[in-house]
Design a protein around this ligand. Sequence first.
Ligand SMILES: [Mn+2]
Length: 357
Amino acid sequence: MLSTQLSDRFEQSTDRRWSELEHLLRQLSRVVILTHKNPDGDAVGSALGMMRILNKAGHHRVSVIIPDSSPAFLRWLPGYSSILVYERNPESAEKELTSAELVIMVDFNDPERLGTEIQTLLEKIAKPSVLIDHHPGGTGFARYNFSFPQFGSTAELIYEILKRLRLIDLLDTDSATCLLTGIITDTLGFKVSSSSPALFRTVADLLEYGVKIDEIFNRVYNQFSAERLRFTGYCLSEKMVILPDLQTAYIWLTKEEMNRFSHQKGDTEGLVNYPLSIAGISIAVLFTEQDDHIKLSLRSKGDLPVNELASKYFKGGGHLNAAGGKSYRSMKETLAYFEKILKEFLNQPKLPPDNEK
Ligand SMILES: [Mn+2]
């Protein structure tokens, strides 16, 4: 049965694609792994896990480039210190990309998520490129696209790909730690609906390599500063609006408020999940004021598709239960618009009856 389950996980792929990938990895040795901007645990964990395994394969020289810095709670990951941050060191990153023979992009499917500078550079150097991702609705912009939205994280997908490429024997404690961190952060600690039996088999396999799962949870989630916890308290007590009839709660924050709490990059991370712990709330949104727009982070429970809400009304997208979007209106107008379209959105006929209020 196990072999059936494995092949089912790649049902849309053809054998030819896999042999092409194997061939590429055999032929080309200088590899750069690239993530999206604002790299999260899945992006960084996937990139570092893959880097370590390809380096162990012997004939590769692999480096990881991230467009800008990642949150501090990821900087303990094995191999993190070798990462090149493009924003901080564009010359070295450009040199590395120019001399690469293969570019592997992980955890995104829209080239815009690289930022204009890296996008332009990639077009200029025109290297063979591989995309490994789990977001729905990709443009398939790489030369070889491995896009599997049925996976809850890129890290879980990479584990299956390594198995398929017969590289899984090269896994060790460090690479397994990186991949498991990616899985944990993208599944919100196995709390999303994509947490399949197959996922837990993968997690069990990773634990066989001596990964300390409690350490991952502590290092990722129990790293708040006192200021950040107070900021969270402020957001929940002063800035959370509850719309019980629409099963929705949202938090909105101005730049001034974020500055007042000596806000660090990443301090709003996870904030959007708190309202979902209220009984009867199925949609949570965080609105944060940026330089030229309002950023939306959306979360939902069950089968409420916040990615549709994001793409239809807020120039965004993402997963069923976790998505992002943008608004170029003022905060006040954005919130009014959101409340208006939310009613319309929840009244769409395909939602379950208890949401049709
Ligand atoms: Mn991901």
